[in-house]
Every structure is written in C-alpha cells, then in structure tokens.
Design a protein around this ligand. Structure first.
Ligand code: PLP
Length: 445
C-alpha cells in the first residue's frame, strides 16, 4: 500500500542521500550487477505514484525523467495497472509470432491509424527501442535491395549491433566492440545553437542536408545504393536538439529524389511527449517507417515499427520475436494511448509551454545556461563556460544533476553538456513550478 506521505506531490528528503537502506542495496548491486549500467546518482526506488518516487528510506522525489521518458502516464497509473491486472489474469503469453490474439490486432490497428499521413500501415512489435530500430534496419535493406544507410552524428538508436551501427552518440558505446554493420554513413545533424557564426539556423539546416549529397553521395555512398535515412525527429540522447522545419522539408525532398526511405526514430520523442502524438507531426513530415517504444506502454516492455503497408510485405519467417507484442504489454499500451489521446496531449502542451515560457530567458539570467530548447515535455538546456564561446561545461551539468537530486528533483543529462527534462505527461503545473524553482536555485549557486 502507498503511504499517505507519497500522495503529496512535492518532494521531501528525510535522510542523507543515499540513506542507510539505499546504501545496503547499492552495495549488493555492486557485487552482482553488470558494471556497464550508468547510474548518475544513488537513487534506490521503492515505489512510484504519478510523478512521484519514494526511495527505500522514505525520501520522496519528483521524477522529471519518467524512467527515461518511459512512464508517460506517470508511475502506476490506476487505469494502466487495471489493464495489466485484468489481462494478466486471462493470458500472459502466447507468442504473436506463431499465434493470433485479439488485443495485438487492436493495438496494431490503433497505431496504424495514429501514424502520420493518411497512408495504410502495418505494424511489427518488439520489446525495446533497439529492437524496433533493428527491425526497421532489416526491413529497409531487404525491401529496397540496397545496403547503405545514412544516420546522423549525435544520434542514439540503440545498443544491439545493428542499431549501434547507426548510433553515433558516445565513443564508449562502441569502443571495443569491433566492426559493426558495414555501409552506415553519418551526416551532421543541425545543432543550430552551434551553427557557424553569421549563418542563419535555416541556412545551416539546409547545409547539413546538402552535405549529405555533396560529401556522402558523391564520395562514399552512391544514392542508388542507399536504402534509408534514419533520423530522430528531435535528437534525444544527443541533447534534445530541435531542428528547424526546413531540415525535414529538405531531407524529405532529398530522400524522395533518390528513392531513399525515410525512417523516423520516435522511440523517445513519440507517444505524446512533445504535445502531439509524434514529434514529426510538428514538422508535417510523413515517414516511410516510424519506430516507437519508450512511452508506448507506460513502462511495460513493448516497441513498434510502423511501416507503409506495401513496404512491410516481407515473407513469414523473415523477422519475428518470441515476446514482441506480449498481451500484457499490449493491454498496457492500449490503456496508455487512450489516456494520452483523452487527456495527456493537452497537459503535455500546457505544462510544456509553462516550463519553456519560464526557461526561455534563462540564458539572460544565468551566465552558464547556453541554450534552452524543446517541444512539449521534451525540453533541454545546455551548460556552458560562457555564452560568448559556448564552450561546453559537462562537469557543471553533472554537478547540477546531483544538486537537484539532493533537493528531491530527479533529472538526467543528455548529450555532452545538456540537461533533459522529460517528466511524465501527467505532471502538474505546481510540480513544474517546483522543478523550475529548484533548478533556478541550483543555477544561482
Ligand atoms: N532510439 C532512440 C531515439 C532512443 O532514445 C533510444 C533509447 O534511449 C533507443 C532508440 C533505444 O531504446 P532501448 O534502450 O529501449 O533499446
């Protein structure tokens, strides 16, 4: 049972952090868990409700990263819990690879109807973001008969060998793993804050696209051999970078001209996070393939690769997964999407506007905030040494993440020196106000 205390919507820190019970768990974890996990601060979670987390020592935190943009409806939303409970009492697993069950079809129909553009779609289910990307990579290579791929510097598409070949975020993610999938070429993503002096954001974004043609197509990846361009609508792990509209206009045109498929990775930016169902809806771009995961089932493992119907006509056995589209995860997704459509898109827009509205002038108020950007509840800001040089300051970013934790606010970094805010879509204005006041207090220090 949840304690009375956790119902309160504001953090309360009772012990030094980590508290004694948390310390004991961390000690055991260190003996037995893979050392590859990246824990930024010592939070040991007992339970969550809405946007709040309680740790094992009874400390209460406001969760402004929602399990890395996953718990879209908040922690343990009653409607999601009910859907999981009901479904798990009927059927937990059957394998959609080999058999049929109704809710898998229902969710596929729903996703096909939600996908951008009025085009018929088919859906493939996996369990994680990387699986969705992996399946998209296989689909575009097989169906186009072409083997080369364009992705972007700073991109994060996952960590299995195929998706890792597209990922170009941090060297540690690739170091020591040897050769990846060949034929992947990376282009520059338009980080408009760091564009060359004197150049407009639009010109820079157009230059990023024309460089694909001039530097990649002409030199290393003949366009008639390129199967697809993989791109994040908003670059997530890369630092929550929002590209200008013209970037997608030009990219779509380039892809179209050469018969190249456009794959939008919306694993982090999709499912209402930006105040629209998909971030690419803000740009009016209709992808050939769309990947979704994180927010889709409020924390149950599920992902979807949604492709144009005529593209996803690969033969039985070409690709499948034992667990993908598990009935319990699917039930959670149906409840999640219902909540997103009914209430949470609007809340994400409103609270997102409130957050961004108050953060817009941070660069003029705080010497070390370099840039603030975002859409809906996907907001990032950079920490820099000074605003003239824009020199990145990762140590200050890391310090801020810790200071916020000590005050009961859970945030995470993104990119080399940015902080990302991606609270659950149910977050209230009061909670947003608390988060901003806490961050402003930390920045003043
Ligand atoms: N694609 C994007 C855009 C992501 O942000 C992530 C994870 O952060 C992934 C793919 C990989 O997802 P997963 O960690 O579920 O494999």
């Amino acid at each position: 049972m949840l304690s009375e205390a956790v119902r309160s919507d504001i953090p309360q820190i009772l012990t030094a952090l980590p508290g004694p019970l948390a310390q004991a768990i961390i000690h055991r974890d260190e003996q037995v868990l893979s050392t590859s996990y990246t824990r930024d601060y010592p939070l040991v979670v007992d339970f969550g409700e809405g946007a709040m987390i309680q740790d094992v020592d009874g400390n209460r935190f406001l969760d402004f990263n929602a399990g890395i943009a996953v718990c879209s409806t908040g922690h343990c939303h009653p409607k999601v819990v009910e859907a999981i409970q009901k479904q798990s009492a009927r059927l937990i697993h059957m394998s959609g690879t080999d058999f049929y069950y109704p809710n898998m079809v229902e969710l596929a129909e729903k996703l096909a109807s939600l996908a951008p553009g009025d085009v018929p779609r088919r859906v493939y289910f996996g369990n994680s973001g990387t699986e969705a990307v992996e399946s998209a990579l296989k689909l575009v290579r097989r169906q186009s008969g072409r083997d080369k791929i364009i992705a972007f510097h700073g991109a994060f598409h996952g960590r299995t060998m195929g998706s890792l070949s597209l990922t170009a975020s941090k060297a540690i993610q690739r170091r020591g793993f040897g050769n990846l999938v060949p034929g992947v070429f990376h282009a520059v993503y338009p980080d408009v804050y760091r564009r060359p002096a004197g150049m407009s954001a639009d010109d820079y974004a157009m230059q990023c696209v024309s460089n694909i043609e001039e530097q990649l197509f002409r030199a290393v990846a003949p366009p008639e051999e390129v199967a697809a361009i993989f791109v994040e609508a908003i670059q997530g792990e890369g630092g929550y970078l929002v590209p200008p509209q013209v970037f997608f206009d030009e990219l779509r045109e380039l892809a179209h001209r050469h018969g190249i498929l456009l794959v939008l990775d919306e694993v982090q930016s999709g499912m209402g996070r930006t105040g629209k169902m998909w971030a690419c809806d803000h740009f009016g771009v209709v992808p050939d393939v769309l990947t979704s995961a994180k927010g889709i089932a409020s924390g149950m493992p599920l992902s979807a690769m949604i492709a144009r119907k005529e593209l996803m006509n690969w033969p039985p056995g070409a690709h499948a997964s034992t667990f993908g589209g598990n009935p319990v995860a699917v039930a959670a997704a149906l409840a999640t999407i219902d909540l997103i459509e009914r209430e949470l898109l609007e809340n994400a827009r409103q609270v997102g506007d409130f957050l961004l509205g108050r953060m817009r002038d941070w660069p003029s108020r705080f010497a070390h905030v370099g840039d603030v950007r975002g859409l809906g509840l996907m907001i990032g800001f950079e920490l820099v040494h000074d605003q003239e040089s824009k020199k990145r300051w990762p140590e200050l970013r890391n310090r801020l993440v810790h200071q916020a934790f000590e005050r009961g606010l859970l945030i995470l970094g993104a990119g080399p020196n940015s902080i990302r805010l991606c609270p659950p879509l149910i977050v209230t204005r009061d909670q947003a106000d608390f988060a901003l006041s806490t961050l402003e207090e930390c920045l003043r220090q």
